[in-house]
Design a protein around this ligand. Structure first.
Ligand code: F6R
Length: 612
Protein backbone atom coordinates (compact mmCIF):
# COMPACT_ATOMS: atom_id res chain seq x y z
CA UNK A 1 0.00 0.00 0.00
CA UNK A 2 0.99 3.68 -0.04
CA UNK A 3 1.37 5.46 -3.33
CA UNK A 4 4.59 7.11 -4.40
CA UNK A 5 5.35 9.54 -7.22
CA UNK A 6 8.53 11.25 -8.38
CA UNK A 7 9.50 13.58 -11.18
CA UNK A 8 12.74 14.99 -12.54
CA UNK A 9 12.81 17.08 -15.71
CA UNK A 10 12.06 20.50 -17.17
CA UNK A 11 8.40 20.72 -16.11
CA UNK A 12 7.03 21.93 -12.78
CA UNK A 13 7.23 18.90 -10.50
CA UNK A 14 4.48 19.78 -8.01
CA UNK A 15 1.41 19.64 -10.31
CA UNK A 16 2.62 16.34 -11.77
CA UNK A 17 3.19 14.87 -8.32
CA UNK A 18 -0.11 16.15 -6.94
CA UNK A 19 -2.12 14.74 -9.85
CA UNK A 20 -0.23 11.47 -9.54
CA UNK A 21 -0.97 11.23 -5.82
CA UNK A 22 -4.67 11.71 -6.51
CA UNK A 23 -4.54 8.82 -8.95
CA UNK A 24 -2.74 6.66 -6.42
CA UNK A 25 -4.99 7.51 -3.50
CA UNK A 26 -6.64 4.12 -3.85
CA UNK A 27 -3.43 2.71 -2.35
CA UNK A 28 -3.76 4.66 0.90
CA UNK A 29 -5.20 7.97 1.94
CA UNK A 30 -4.62 8.72 5.59
CA UNK A 31 -1.99 11.39 4.95
CA UNK A 32 0.15 12.72 2.14
CA UNK A 33 3.15 14.89 1.44
CA UNK A 34 5.67 16.18 -1.08
CA UNK A 35 9.36 17.10 -1.03
CA UNK A 36 10.51 19.61 -3.63
CA UNK A 37 14.12 20.45 -4.35
CA UNK A 38 14.87 23.94 -5.65
CA UNK A 39 18.06 25.99 -5.59
CA UNK A 40 19.80 23.44 -3.39
CA UNK A 41 17.04 23.56 -0.76
CA UNK A 42 14.57 20.82 0.16
CA UNK A 43 11.05 21.94 1.03
CA UNK A 44 8.88 19.28 2.61
CA UNK A 45 5.12 19.70 3.03
CA UNK A 46 2.90 17.07 4.59
CA UNK A 47 -0.56 16.77 5.99
CA UNK A 48 -2.80 14.27 7.71
CA UNK A 49 -5.88 13.42 5.60
CA UNK A 50 -6.53 13.02 1.91
CA UNK A 51 -4.44 14.54 -0.87
CA UNK A 52 -7.03 17.32 -1.31
CA UNK A 53 -6.15 18.53 2.19
CA UNK A 54 -2.48 18.73 1.30
CA UNK A 55 -3.38 20.62 -1.86
CA UNK A 56 -5.53 23.07 0.11
CA UNK A 57 -2.73 23.68 2.60
CA UNK A 58 -0.36 24.58 -0.23
CA UNK A 59 -2.53 27.19 -1.93
CA UNK A 60 -0.44 30.34 -2.19
CA UNK A 61 2.81 28.57 -1.28
CA UNK A 62 5.69 28.79 -3.74
CA UNK A 63 6.04 25.23 -4.95
CA UNK A 64 8.34 25.99 -7.87
CA UNK A 65 10.72 23.05 -8.50
CA UNK A 66 11.76 20.74 -11.33
CA UNK A 67 12.38 17.74 -9.15
CA UNK A 68 10.31 16.27 -6.35
CA UNK A 69 8.78 13.23 -4.69
CA UNK A 70 5.33 12.67 -3.19
CA UNK A 71 3.58 10.07 -1.05
CA UNK A 72 0.05 9.08 -0.08
CA UNK A 73 0.05 6.89 3.00
CA UNK A 74 -1.64 3.83 4.46
CA UNK A 75 -0.26 3.79 7.97
CA UNK A 76 1.77 0.84 9.19
CA UNK A 77 4.19 2.20 11.83
CA UNK A 78 2.74 5.18 13.66
CA UNK A 79 -0.76 6.61 13.60
CA UNK A 80 -1.88 8.83 10.72
CA UNK A 81 -0.60 12.31 11.65
CA UNK A 82 1.33 15.18 10.11
CA UNK A 83 4.57 14.06 11.74
CA UNK A 84 4.27 10.44 10.63
CA UNK A 85 3.44 11.46 7.05
CA UNK A 86 6.05 11.07 4.35
CA UNK A 87 8.40 12.43 3.03
CA UNK A 88 10.74 12.13 5.99
CA UNK A 89 13.85 14.24 6.33
CA UNK A 90 17.17 12.90 7.58
CA UNK A 91 18.72 14.20 10.81
CA UNK A 92 21.07 16.58 9.00
CA UNK A 93 18.26 17.80 6.75
CA UNK A 94 20.19 16.79 3.66
CA UNK A 95 18.04 13.86 2.49
CA UNK A 96 14.35 13.35 1.99
CA UNK A 97 12.72 9.98 1.46
CA UNK A 98 9.36 8.31 0.81
CA UNK A 99 8.73 4.64 1.36
CA UNK A 100 6.09 2.04 0.58
CA UNK A 101 6.51 -1.16 2.59
CA UNK A 102 7.66 -2.25 6.02
CA UNK A 103 11.19 -2.43 7.44
CA UNK A 104 10.92 -5.42 9.75
CA UNK A 105 14.23 -4.99 11.61
CA UNK A 106 13.73 -1.27 12.16
CA UNK A 107 13.77 -1.62 15.97
CA UNK A 108 17.32 -3.02 15.93
CA UNK A 109 18.50 -0.31 13.52
CA UNK A 110 16.83 2.38 15.60
CA UNK A 111 18.65 1.14 18.70
CA UNK A 112 21.97 1.42 16.87
CA UNK A 113 21.15 4.93 15.70
CA UNK A 114 19.94 6.06 19.12
CA UNK A 115 23.27 4.96 20.57
CA UNK A 116 24.89 7.30 18.05
CA UNK A 117 22.69 10.15 19.30
CA UNK A 118 20.29 10.24 16.38
CA UNK A 119 16.91 11.66 17.28
CA UNK A 120 13.61 10.86 15.59
CA UNK A 121 10.67 13.09 14.90
CA UNK A 122 8.22 10.35 13.88
CA UNK A 123 7.22 6.81 14.88
CA UNK A 124 7.94 5.39 11.45
CA UNK A 125 10.25 2.67 10.23
CA UNK A 126 10.92 4.93 7.22
CA UNK A 127 12.67 7.60 9.26
CA UNK A 128 14.87 4.87 10.76
CA UNK A 129 15.89 3.60 7.33
CA UNK A 130 16.54 7.14 6.12
CA UNK A 131 18.83 7.96 9.04
CA UNK A 132 20.53 4.61 8.66
CA UNK A 133 21.29 5.54 5.05
CA UNK A 134 22.51 8.97 6.11
CA UNK A 135 24.70 7.47 8.81
CA UNK A 136 26.39 5.24 6.22
CA UNK A 137 26.71 8.17 3.81
CA UNK A 138 28.40 10.42 6.35
CA UNK A 139 30.68 7.81 7.90
CA UNK A 140 31.87 6.00 4.80
CA UNK A 141 32.67 8.92 2.58
CA UNK A 142 30.69 7.28 -0.22
CA UNK A 143 28.04 8.36 -2.70
CA UNK A 144 24.37 8.29 -1.78
CA UNK A 145 23.86 5.46 -4.25
CA UNK A 146 26.48 3.38 -2.43
CA UNK A 147 25.05 4.25 0.97
CA UNK A 148 21.60 3.11 -0.17
CA UNK A 149 23.01 -0.14 -1.47
CA UNK A 150 24.87 -0.85 1.76
CA UNK A 151 21.80 -0.01 3.85
CA UNK A 152 19.44 -2.16 1.80
CA UNK A 153 21.71 -5.17 2.26
CA UNK A 154 21.22 -4.82 6.02
CA UNK A 155 17.46 -4.52 6.13
CA UNK A 156 14.72 -7.11 6.09
CA UNK A 157 11.23 -6.36 4.91
CA UNK A 158 9.66 -4.75 1.88
CA UNK A 159 10.30 -1.40 0.33
CA UNK A 160 10.01 0.89 -2.56
CA UNK A 161 11.92 4.05 -1.71
CA UNK A 162 12.57 7.34 -3.51
CA UNK A 163 15.28 9.64 -2.19
CA UNK A 164 16.26 13.25 -2.83
CA UNK A 165 19.61 14.74 -1.86
CA UNK A 166 19.98 18.51 -1.36
CA UNK A 167 23.46 18.26 -2.85
CA UNK A 168 22.26 16.67 -6.09
CA UNK A 169 19.76 18.93 -7.85
CA UNK A 170 18.68 16.52 -10.62
CA UNK A 171 18.77 12.98 -9.23
CA UNK A 172 16.21 10.70 -7.64
CA UNK A 173 17.54 7.44 -6.21
CA UNK A 174 14.95 4.67 -6.17
CA UNK A 175 14.98 1.04 -5.09
CA UNK A 176 12.47 -1.73 -4.66
CA UNK A 177 11.91 -5.07 -3.02
CA UNK A 178 8.39 -6.35 -2.70
CA UNK A 179 6.63 -3.04 -3.42
CA UNK A 180 6.03 -1.93 -6.99
CA UNK A 181 7.86 0.77 -8.97
CA UNK A 182 7.36 1.91 -12.54
CA UNK A 183 9.56 4.48 -14.27
CA UNK A 184 8.13 6.46 -17.17
CA UNK A 185 10.56 7.59 -19.83
CA UNK A 186 9.80 11.01 -21.29
CA UNK A 187 11.81 13.35 -23.49
CA UNK A 188 14.48 14.72 -21.16
CA UNK A 189 12.40 13.78 -18.14
CA UNK A 190 11.51 10.79 -15.98
CA UNK A 191 8.45 9.92 -13.92
CA UNK A 192 8.40 7.42 -11.08
CA UNK A 193 5.29 5.89 -9.52
CA UNK A 194 3.77 2.87 -7.78
CA UNK A 195 1.76 2.12 -10.89
CA UNK A 196 1.45 3.58 -14.35
CA UNK A 197 -1.64 5.73 -13.69
CA UNK A 198 0.30 8.92 -12.78
CA UNK A 199 2.53 8.43 -15.83
CA UNK A 200 0.12 7.52 -18.60
CA UNK A 201 -0.67 11.04 -19.81
CA UNK A 202 3.02 11.95 -20.25
CA UNK A 203 4.51 8.83 -21.80
CA UNK A 204 3.63 5.28 -22.70
CA UNK A 205 7.20 4.01 -22.42
CA UNK A 206 7.87 2.52 -19.01
CA UNK A 207 10.33 0.33 -17.19
CA UNK A 208 9.06 -1.96 -14.43
CA UNK A 209 11.76 -2.09 -11.78
CA UNK A 210 12.34 -5.55 -10.30
CA UNK A 211 13.09 -6.60 -6.75
CA UNK A 212 16.63 -5.87 -5.56
CA UNK A 213 17.13 -3.25 -8.28
CA UNK A 214 18.22 0.30 -7.75
CA UNK A 215 17.59 3.18 -10.17
CA UNK A 216 19.53 6.39 -10.50
CA UNK A 217 17.15 8.70 -12.29
CA UNK A 218 18.05 12.04 -13.87
CA UNK A 219 16.20 14.05 -16.57
CA UNK A 220 18.33 12.59 -19.35
CA UNK A 221 19.56 9.41 -17.78
CA UNK A 222 18.17 6.23 -16.25
CA UNK A 223 20.75 3.89 -14.73
CA UNK A 224 19.47 0.58 -13.43
CA UNK A 225 21.66 -1.61 -11.22
CA UNK A 226 21.19 -4.64 -9.05
CA UNK A 227 22.00 -4.51 -5.40
CA UNK A 228 25.42 -6.00 -6.21
CA UNK A 229 26.19 -2.83 -8.25
CA UNK A 230 26.03 -4.51 -11.67
CA UNK A 231 24.40 -2.48 -14.41
CA UNK A 232 21.18 -3.83 -15.93
CA UNK A 233 19.78 -2.80 -19.30
CA UNK A 234 16.33 -1.28 -18.66
CA UNK A 235 13.62 -3.27 -20.41
CA UNK A 236 11.21 -0.76 -21.92
CA UNK A 237 7.54 -1.78 -22.08
CA UNK A 238 4.81 0.05 -24.01
CA UNK A 239 1.78 0.80 -21.83
CA UNK A 240 -1.47 -0.55 -23.18
CA UNK A 241 -3.73 1.76 -21.19
CA UNK A 242 -5.78 4.85 -22.03
CA UNK A 243 -6.23 7.92 -19.85
CA UNK A 244 -10.04 7.52 -19.97
CA UNK A 245 -9.66 4.20 -18.20
CA UNK A 246 -8.46 5.92 -15.05
CA UNK A 247 -11.02 8.74 -15.01
CA UNK A 248 -14.58 8.65 -13.64
CA UNK A 249 -16.19 9.22 -17.03
CA UNK A 250 -19.32 10.94 -15.68
CA UNK A 251 -20.00 8.53 -12.82
CA UNK A 252 -20.11 9.78 -9.22
CA UNK A 253 -17.67 7.15 -8.07
CA UNK A 254 -15.12 4.79 -9.55
CA UNK A 255 -16.92 1.92 -7.87
CA UNK A 256 -20.15 2.69 -9.71
CA UNK A 257 -18.29 3.17 -12.98
CA UNK A 258 -16.56 -0.17 -12.50
CA UNK A 259 -19.82 -1.96 -11.67
CA UNK A 260 -21.35 -0.54 -14.86
CA UNK A 261 -18.33 -1.43 -16.95
CA UNK A 262 -18.86 -5.13 -16.33
CA UNK A 263 -20.80 -6.00 -19.48
CA UNK A 264 -17.87 -4.70 -21.49
CA UNK A 265 -15.05 -5.92 -19.22
CA UNK A 266 -16.53 -9.42 -19.26
CA UNK A 267 -16.79 -9.18 -23.02
CA UNK A 268 -13.12 -8.11 -23.16
CA UNK A 269 -12.24 -11.11 -21.02
CA UNK A 270 -14.07 -13.49 -23.34
CA UNK A 271 -12.86 -11.85 -26.55
CA UNK A 272 -10.47 -13.94 -28.60
CA UNK A 273 -10.74 -16.81 -26.11
CA UNK A 274 -14.30 -18.08 -26.18
CA UNK A 275 -15.60 -19.14 -29.58
CA UNK A 276 -19.08 -20.37 -28.75
CA UNK A 277 -20.04 -20.81 -32.41
CA UNK A 278 -17.25 -23.30 -33.18
CA UNK A 279 -17.10 -24.74 -29.66
CA UNK A 280 -13.55 -23.81 -28.72
CA UNK A 281 -11.68 -21.97 -26.02
CA UNK A 282 -8.24 -20.56 -26.74
CA UNK A 283 -6.11 -19.62 -23.76
CA UNK A 284 -2.43 -19.58 -24.57
CA UNK A 285 -1.36 -20.02 -20.93
CA UNK A 286 -3.47 -23.19 -20.64
CA UNK A 287 -2.94 -24.48 -24.18
CA UNK A 288 0.85 -24.32 -23.83
CA UNK A 289 0.83 -26.20 -20.52
CA UNK A 290 -2.21 -28.41 -20.92
CA UNK A 291 -0.47 -31.73 -20.18
CA UNK A 292 0.96 -30.49 -16.89
CA UNK A 293 -2.29 -28.91 -15.77
CA UNK A 294 -4.67 -31.67 -16.80
CA UNK A 295 -2.49 -34.34 -15.22
CA UNK A 296 -2.03 -32.47 -11.94
CA UNK A 297 -2.86 -34.61 -8.93
CA UNK A 298 -4.26 -31.56 -7.25
CA UNK A 299 -4.52 -27.85 -7.82
CA UNK A 300 -3.91 -25.31 -5.09
CA UNK A 301 -5.44 -21.86 -5.34
CA UNK A 302 -3.77 -19.06 -3.41
CA UNK A 303 -5.31 -15.61 -2.98
CA UNK A 304 -6.66 -13.03 -0.52
CA UNK A 305 -9.99 -11.28 0.02
CA UNK A 306 -12.31 -11.05 -2.93
CA UNK A 307 -9.82 -12.93 -5.09
CA UNK A 308 -9.96 -15.77 -2.55
CA UNK A 309 -13.74 -15.85 -3.00
CA UNK A 310 -13.18 -16.25 -6.74
CA UNK A 311 -10.89 -19.14 -5.83
CA UNK A 312 -13.68 -20.80 -3.84
CA UNK A 313 -16.03 -20.62 -6.83
CA UNK A 314 -13.23 -22.06 -8.97
CA UNK A 315 -12.80 -24.94 -6.54
CA UNK A 316 -16.42 -25.99 -7.10
CA UNK A 317 -16.18 -25.56 -10.86
CA UNK A 318 -12.81 -27.27 -11.40
CA UNK A 319 -13.70 -30.24 -9.20
CA UNK A 320 -17.06 -30.59 -10.93
CA UNK A 321 -15.82 -30.26 -14.49
CA UNK A 322 -12.22 -31.50 -14.39
CA UNK A 323 -12.36 -33.99 -11.51
CA UNK A 324 -9.10 -32.64 -10.11
CA UNK A 325 -8.96 -32.07 -6.33
CA UNK A 326 -8.64 -28.39 -5.50
CA UNK A 327 -7.53 -26.71 -2.29
CA UNK A 328 -8.12 -23.00 -1.77
CA UNK A 329 -5.73 -21.26 0.59
CA UNK A 330 -5.51 -17.82 2.13
CA UNK A 331 -2.11 -16.66 0.94
CA UNK A 332 -1.30 -15.25 4.37
CA UNK A 333 -1.77 -18.69 5.96
CA UNK A 334 -0.18 -20.65 3.15
CA UNK A 335 3.07 -18.70 3.30
CA UNK A 336 3.66 -19.42 6.99
CA UNK A 337 2.18 -22.83 7.65
CA UNK A 338 4.80 -24.97 5.95
CA UNK A 339 2.41 -26.43 3.35
CA UNK A 340 3.28 -29.53 1.37
CA UNK A 341 4.21 -28.32 -2.09
CA UNK A 342 5.90 -30.72 -4.44
CA UNK A 343 7.62 -30.40 -7.78
CA UNK A 344 5.01 -30.24 -10.51
CA UNK A 345 2.14 -29.15 -8.23
CA UNK A 346 -0.07 -26.62 -9.97
CA UNK A 347 -0.77 -23.42 -8.09
CA UNK A 348 -3.29 -20.91 -9.38
CA UNK A 349 -2.64 -17.44 -7.99
CA UNK A 350 -5.54 -15.01 -8.21
CA UNK A 351 -4.95 -11.31 -7.76
CA UNK A 352 -6.40 -8.10 -9.10
CA UNK A 353 -3.41 -5.92 -8.32
CA UNK A 354 -0.78 -8.58 -8.87
CA UNK A 355 1.10 -6.95 -5.98
CA UNK A 356 -0.52 -8.41 -2.85
CA UNK A 357 2.44 -9.13 -0.58
CA UNK A 358 1.05 -12.29 1.02
CA UNK A 359 0.17 -13.83 -2.33
CA UNK A 360 3.48 -12.86 -3.87
CA UNK A 361 5.59 -14.36 -1.10
CA UNK A 362 3.44 -17.51 -0.98
CA UNK A 363 4.10 -17.98 -4.70
CA UNK A 364 7.82 -17.34 -4.39
CA UNK A 365 8.03 -20.10 -1.78
CA UNK A 366 5.95 -22.53 -3.83
CA UNK A 367 8.07 -21.75 -6.88
CA UNK A 368 11.24 -22.53 -4.96
CA UNK A 369 9.72 -25.95 -4.21
CA UNK A 370 9.23 -26.60 -7.91
CA UNK A 371 5.51 -25.78 -8.22
CA UNK A 372 4.08 -24.59 -11.51
CA UNK A 373 2.54 -21.15 -10.99
CA UNK A 374 -0.42 -20.02 -13.07
CA UNK A 375 -1.39 -16.38 -12.52
CA UNK A 376 -4.92 -15.08 -12.92
CA UNK A 377 -4.09 -11.43 -12.64
CA UNK A 378 -5.69 -8.15 -13.68
CA UNK A 379 -2.79 -5.67 -13.55
CA UNK A 380 -0.66 -6.23 -16.62
CA UNK A 381 3.07 -6.46 -15.91
CA UNK A 382 2.54 -6.69 -12.14
CA UNK A 383 4.83 -8.68 -9.86
CA UNK A 384 2.58 -11.77 -9.66
CA UNK A 385 2.10 -11.77 -13.42
CA UNK A 386 5.86 -11.67 -13.81
CA UNK A 387 6.75 -14.44 -11.41
CA UNK A 388 4.11 -16.80 -12.81
CA UNK A 389 5.20 -19.51 -15.27
CA UNK A 390 2.04 -18.94 -17.28
CA UNK A 391 -1.21 -17.12 -16.82
CA UNK A 392 -4.34 -15.50 -18.11
CA UNK A 393 -5.09 -11.83 -17.61
CA UNK A 394 -8.62 -10.90 -16.56
CA UNK A 395 -8.63 -7.83 -18.85
CA UNK A 396 -10.96 -5.88 -16.56
CA UNK A 397 -8.94 -2.69 -17.02
CA UNK A 398 -7.62 -0.48 -14.25
CA UNK A 399 -9.70 -0.99 -11.09
CA UNK A 400 -9.56 2.07 -8.86
CA UNK A 401 -12.48 1.73 -6.41
CA UNK A 402 -11.10 0.07 -3.31
CA UNK A 403 -13.87 -2.54 -3.32
CA UNK A 404 -13.17 -5.01 -6.07
CA UNK A 405 -16.05 -5.48 -8.53
CA UNK A 406 -15.18 -5.84 -12.20
CA UNK A 407 -11.93 -7.64 -11.40
CA UNK A 408 -13.93 -10.27 -9.49
CA UNK A 409 -16.28 -11.03 -12.38
CA UNK A 410 -13.24 -11.10 -14.68
CA UNK A 411 -11.61 -13.66 -12.39
CA UNK A 412 -14.74 -15.84 -12.41
CA UNK A 413 -14.93 -15.71 -16.21
CA UNK A 414 -11.25 -16.62 -16.65
CA UNK A 415 -11.42 -19.44 -14.10
CA UNK A 416 -14.56 -20.86 -15.68
CA UNK A 417 -13.00 -20.80 -19.14
CA UNK A 418 -9.88 -22.47 -17.76
CA UNK A 419 -11.95 -25.24 -16.17
CA UNK A 420 -13.85 -25.82 -19.42
CA UNK A 421 -10.66 -25.86 -21.47
CA UNK A 422 -9.06 -28.43 -19.14
CA UNK A 423 -12.23 -30.51 -18.87
CA UNK A 424 -12.70 -30.90 -22.62
CA UNK A 425 -9.07 -31.93 -22.98
CA UNK A 426 -9.37 -34.36 -20.10
CA UNK A 427 -12.69 -35.66 -21.41
CA UNK A 428 -14.35 -35.17 -18.04
CA UNK A 429 -17.21 -33.20 -19.57
CA UNK A 430 -19.68 -34.24 -22.25
CA UNK A 431 -19.57 -32.37 -25.53
CA UNK A 432 -23.17 -31.33 -25.01
CA UNK A 433 -22.59 -29.81 -21.55
CA UNK A 434 -19.40 -28.16 -22.77
CA UNK A 435 -21.16 -26.46 -25.67
CA UNK A 436 -24.04 -25.45 -23.44
CA UNK A 437 -21.69 -23.78 -20.95
CA UNK A 438 -19.85 -21.99 -23.74
CA UNK A 439 -23.12 -20.45 -24.90
CA UNK A 440 -24.05 -19.60 -21.31
CA UNK A 441 -20.72 -17.81 -20.85
CA UNK A 442 -21.19 -15.87 -24.07
CA UNK A 443 -24.57 -14.67 -22.78
CA UNK A 444 -23.21 -13.30 -19.49
CA UNK A 445 -22.57 -9.67 -20.61
CA UNK A 446 -26.18 -9.29 -21.74
CA UNK A 447 -27.50 -10.71 -18.47
CA UNK A 448 -25.28 -8.43 -16.41
CA UNK A 449 -26.56 -5.51 -18.44
CA UNK A 450 -30.15 -6.49 -17.66
CA UNK A 451 -29.41 -6.50 -13.90
CA UNK A 452 -27.76 -3.07 -14.10
CA UNK A 453 -30.97 -1.71 -15.64
CA UNK A 454 -32.70 -2.69 -12.39
CA UNK A 455 -30.40 -0.55 -10.23
CA UNK A 456 -33.13 1.80 -8.99
CA UNK A 457 -35.01 -1.10 -7.42
CA UNK A 458 -31.84 -2.27 -5.67
CA UNK A 459 -31.28 1.29 -4.44
CA UNK A 460 -34.76 1.30 -2.84
CA UNK A 461 -33.90 -1.89 -0.97
CA UNK A 462 -30.57 -0.43 0.16
CA UNK A 463 -32.34 2.66 1.56
CA UNK A 464 -34.83 0.47 3.40
CA UNK A 465 -32.16 -1.51 5.27
CA UNK A 466 -29.31 1.00 5.53
CA UNK A 467 -29.71 1.46 9.30
CA UNK A 468 -29.41 -2.24 10.15
CA UNK A 469 -26.50 -3.06 12.44
CA UNK A 470 -25.83 -6.52 11.03
CA UNK A 471 -26.54 -8.47 7.85
CA UNK A 472 -26.37 -12.16 7.11
CA UNK A 473 -25.65 -13.41 3.58
CA UNK A 474 -26.53 -17.01 2.77
CA UNK A 475 -25.94 -19.13 -0.30
CA UNK A 476 -25.37 -22.76 -1.23
CA UNK A 477 -23.19 -24.51 -3.76
CA UNK A 478 -21.72 -22.18 -6.38
CA UNK A 479 -23.46 -19.26 -4.66
CA UNK A 480 -21.92 -19.92 -1.25
CA UNK A 481 -18.73 -17.94 -2.06
CA UNK A 482 -20.99 -15.21 -3.45
CA UNK A 483 -22.59 -14.94 0.00
CA UNK A 484 -19.10 -14.40 1.43
CA UNK A 485 -18.38 -11.81 -1.22
CA UNK A 486 -21.69 -10.00 -0.61
CA UNK A 487 -20.88 -9.75 3.10
CA UNK A 488 -17.33 -8.54 2.46
CA UNK A 489 -18.52 -5.86 0.03
CA UNK A 490 -21.12 -4.55 2.47
CA UNK A 491 -18.64 -4.45 5.38
CA UNK A 492 -16.03 -2.63 3.36
CA UNK A 493 -18.10 0.23 2.06
CA UNK A 494 -20.97 0.65 4.49
CA UNK A 495 -19.22 -0.33 7.76
CA UNK A 496 -22.22 -2.54 8.59
CA UNK A 497 -21.20 -5.79 10.20
CA UNK A 498 -22.05 -8.66 7.86
CA UNK A 499 -21.40 -12.38 7.78
CA UNK A 500 -21.51 -14.75 4.86
CA UNK A 501 -22.39 -18.38 5.48
CA UNK A 502 -23.36 -21.54 3.66
CA UNK A 503 -27.15 -21.42 4.03
CA UNK A 504 -27.42 -24.84 5.67
CA UNK A 505 -24.57 -24.17 8.08
CA UNK A 506 -26.49 -21.19 9.45
CA UNK A 507 -28.48 -23.40 11.80
CA UNK A 508 -25.26 -24.49 13.51
CA UNK A 509 -24.79 -21.11 15.15
CA UNK A 510 -25.61 -17.87 13.31
CA UNK A 511 -29.33 -18.60 13.48
CA UNK A 512 -29.12 -17.34 17.05
CA UNK A 513 -28.67 -13.85 15.58
CA UNK A 514 -31.95 -13.92 13.71
CA UNK A 515 -34.74 -11.64 14.86
CA UNK A 516 -36.99 -9.03 13.25
CA UNK A 517 -34.06 -6.60 13.01
CA UNK A 518 -31.74 -8.83 11.01
CA UNK A 519 -31.76 -8.54 7.20
CA UNK A 520 -30.80 -11.88 5.67
CA UNK A 521 -29.74 -11.83 2.03
CA UNK A 522 -30.35 -15.14 0.27
CA UNK A 523 -28.57 -15.83 -2.99
CA UNK A 524 -31.08 -18.38 -4.10
CA UNK A 525 -31.01 -18.66 -7.87
CA UNK A 526 -32.65 -21.67 -9.56
CA UNK A 527 -30.14 -24.49 -9.24
CA UNK A 528 -29.88 -28.01 -7.92
CA UNK A 529 -29.92 -26.68 -4.35
CA UNK A 530 -32.98 -24.53 -4.81
CA UNK A 531 -35.47 -26.55 -2.80
CA UNK A 532 -32.98 -26.83 0.03
CA UNK A 533 -32.32 -23.11 0.19
CA UNK A 534 -36.05 -22.42 0.13
CA UNK A 535 -36.26 -24.52 3.31
CA UNK A 536 -33.52 -22.35 4.81
CA UNK A 537 -35.62 -19.28 3.94
CA UNK A 538 -38.52 -20.84 5.80
CA UNK A 539 -36.27 -21.24 8.83
CA UNK A 540 -35.36 -17.55 8.76
CA UNK A 541 -38.94 -16.45 8.12
CA UNK A 542 -40.14 -18.52 11.08
CA UNK A 543 -37.79 -16.46 13.25
CA UNK A 544 -38.99 -13.15 11.79
CA UNK A 545 -35.73 -12.31 9.97
CA UNK A 546 -36.11 -9.89 7.07
CA UNK A 547 -35.44 -11.77 3.86
CA UNK A 548 -33.92 -10.08 0.81
CA UNK A 549 -33.61 -12.65 -1.93
CA UNK A 550 -31.61 -12.70 -5.15
CA UNK A 551 -33.67 -15.08 -7.26
CA UNK A 552 -34.18 -16.23 -10.81
CA UNK A 553 -36.87 -14.64 -12.98
CA UNK A 554 -39.90 -16.94 -12.96
CA UNK A 555 -39.33 -18.20 -9.40
CA UNK A 556 -42.74 -17.93 -7.75
CA UNK A 557 -41.98 -19.64 -4.44
CA UNK A 558 -39.18 -17.47 -3.03
CA UNK A 559 -41.18 -14.21 -3.31
CA UNK A 560 -43.79 -15.61 -0.94
CA UNK A 561 -41.09 -16.01 1.71
CA UNK A 562 -39.17 -12.80 1.02
CA UNK A 563 -39.66 -9.24 2.20
CA UNK A 564 -37.84 -7.97 -0.87
CA UNK A 565 -36.78 -9.74 -4.07
CA UNK A 566 -34.23 -8.96 -6.74
CA UNK A 567 -34.88 -10.99 -9.88
CA UNK A 568 -31.99 -11.89 -12.15
CA UNK A 569 -31.98 -13.64 -15.54
CA UNK A 570 -31.80 -17.45 -15.55
CA UNK A 571 -28.35 -19.00 -15.95
CA UNK A 572 -26.74 -22.40 -15.60
CA UNK A 573 -25.83 -22.93 -11.93
CA UNK A 574 -22.15 -23.03 -12.79
CA UNK A 575 -22.31 -19.62 -14.46
CA UNK A 576 -24.77 -18.06 -11.99
CA UNK A 577 -22.14 -16.62 -9.57
CA UNK A 578 -20.90 -14.23 -12.26
CA UNK A 579 -24.32 -12.63 -12.45
CA UNK A 580 -25.68 -13.17 -8.92
CA UNK A 581 -22.86 -11.05 -7.48
CA UNK A 582 -23.92 -7.95 -9.45
CA UNK A 583 -26.99 -7.06 -7.31
CA UNK A 584 -24.83 -7.50 -4.19
CA UNK A 585 -22.28 -5.02 -5.53
CA UNK A 586 -25.07 -2.49 -6.16
CA UNK A 587 -26.69 -3.16 -2.78
CA UNK A 588 -23.40 -2.38 -1.03
CA UNK A 589 -22.74 0.66 -3.18
CA UNK A 590 -26.14 2.24 -2.52
CA UNK A 591 -25.97 1.40 1.21
CA UNK A 592 -22.52 3.00 1.51
CA UNK A 593 -23.70 6.11 -0.35
CA UNK A 594 -26.85 6.36 1.78
CA UNK A 595 -24.65 6.31 4.86
CA UNK A 596 -22.50 9.12 3.48
CA UNK A 597 -19.38 7.00 3.09
CA UNK A 598 -16.67 7.70 0.55
CA UNK A 599 -17.13 4.33 -1.14
CA UNK A 600 -14.04 4.69 -3.30
CA UNK A 601 -11.89 5.26 -0.23
CA UNK A 602 -13.49 3.58 2.78
CA UNK A 603 -11.67 3.98 6.09
CA UNK A 604 -8.64 1.85 6.96
CA UNK A 605 -8.49 0.12 3.58
CA UNK A 606 -6.13 0.30 0.65
CA UNK A 607 -6.46 -1.16 -2.77
CA UNK A 608 -3.15 -2.83 -3.10
CA UNK A 609 -2.04 -4.59 0.06
CA UNK A 610 1.71 -4.65 -0.35
CA UNK A 611 2.43 -5.24 3.33
CA UNK A 612 1.79 -8.51 5.12
C1 F6R B 1 -12.18 -6.48 -1.51
C2 F6R B 1 -10.83 -6.36 -2.00
C3 F6R B 1 -9.76 -7.11 -1.30
C4 F6R B 1 -8.81 -7.73 -2.33
C5 F6R B 1 -7.61 -8.37 -1.62
C6 F6R B 1 -6.70 -9.07 -2.61
O1 F6R B 1 -13.08 -5.70 -2.24
O2 F6R B 1 -10.58 -5.68 -2.95
O3 F6R B 1 -10.28 -8.08 -0.44
O4 F6R B 1 -9.52 -8.68 -3.07
O5 F6R B 1 -6.90 -7.39 -0.94
O6 F6R B 1 -6.21 -8.18 -3.54
P1 F6R B 1 -5.63 -8.63 -4.93
O7 F6R B 1 -6.74 -9.25 -5.69
O8 F6R B 1 -5.14 -7.36 -5.56
O9 F6R B 1 -4.53 -9.60 -4.65
Amino acid sequence: MCGIVGYTGPKQAYPIILKGLKRLEYRGYDSSGVALLHNGKLDVYKKKGKVAQLEESLVGVNVHAHIGIGHTRWATHGEPSDRNSHPHTSSSGRLSMIHNGIIENYAQLKKELLSKNYTFTSDTDTEVLLNFIEDILLNNNCTLEEAVRIALKRITGAYCILLLDEQDPETIIAARKGSPLVIGIGKGEHFLASDASPIIEYTKEVVYVNDYELAIVRPNELILKNIGNEKITPFITKLDMELAAIEKGGYDHFMLKEIYEQPSTIQDCLRGRLHAEDGTITMAGIDDNIEQIKNAERIMIVACGTSWHAGLVAEYIIEELCRIPVEVEYASEFRYRNPIVNKGDVIIAISQSGETADTLVALEKAKENGAFIFGVVNAVGSSIARISHAGAYTHAGHEIGVASTKAFTGQLVVLTMMALRIAIQKETITQERYLHLLTELADVPEKVDAILKNAEHIKTIALKYKDAHDFLFLGRGYNFPIALEGALKLKEISYIHAEGYPAAEMKHGPIALVDENLPVVFIATKDSYHEKIVSNMQEIKARKGKIISIITEGDDISPTLSNDCIFIPPADELIAPIISVIPLQLLSYFTGIAKGIDVDKPRNLAKSVTVE
